[in-house]
Design a protein around this ligand. Sequence first.
Ligand code: F6R
Length: 232
Amino acid sequence: MVDDLPRAVLGFATGATPGPTYRALGTLVAAGEVDFTGVSVFLLDEYLGLGATDPRSYRATIRREAAGPLGVPDGAVFGPEADAADPQEACQRYEDQIHAAGGIDVLMLGIGRNGHVGFNEPGTPFNLRTHVTTLCDATRVDNARYFGSVADVPTYAITQGPATICDARRILLVATGAAKAPAIARALTGEVDEDCPASILRTHPEVRVLVDPDAAVGLGEHVRRVARLGEG
Ligand code: F6R
């Protein structure tokens, strides 16, 4: 893909799920098989109040664990300015930056146990663009490992909204582990509705979903049905 689009605009999720992908890409870069130097990276979300130099910020994490090893220059890594005096303005600026870059070519997403994508928690209107969001308790619990305790996890974040996410030309949703099975089943086989933010991906024409066997447990029937259709 990067060979096809040497100046690709990529959207990167943070969290545990994409780590192996970023590391695998880093290995290819180290072997000289791909070149990310012309690529730019846009973060999916950021904790409100954390500046880019805070090691717990998603901007610092993506630089350390993805962009850096891939050889993407720091100046080509963009994220919401979550420590801005006016977060609403920061949201609009981020939308403008994505637009000025020509939009996101490929967006990599994980999924929360509650079906969130980005930090769009259940109930987020599908038409929202980049906005300030309140994190659910479950999300703060899941991310406590990066902060030492739940109490230290920020309560608010800035996230690309469902409408921003769906503007990406291509989307890759990755889910691993049994804890994600209910969310994956609900997103892919349940109703498309705002109670399950990831379900909006079913309205997008270019989505790939990669799940390991544990995360796919709830898809048994459905996957067999798709496989049978494929044979036919
Ligand atoms: C991260 C993000 C979240 C995570 C999701 C899964 O930037 O936007 O939606 O992708 O919470 O997190 P992990 O991969 O840690 O299970």
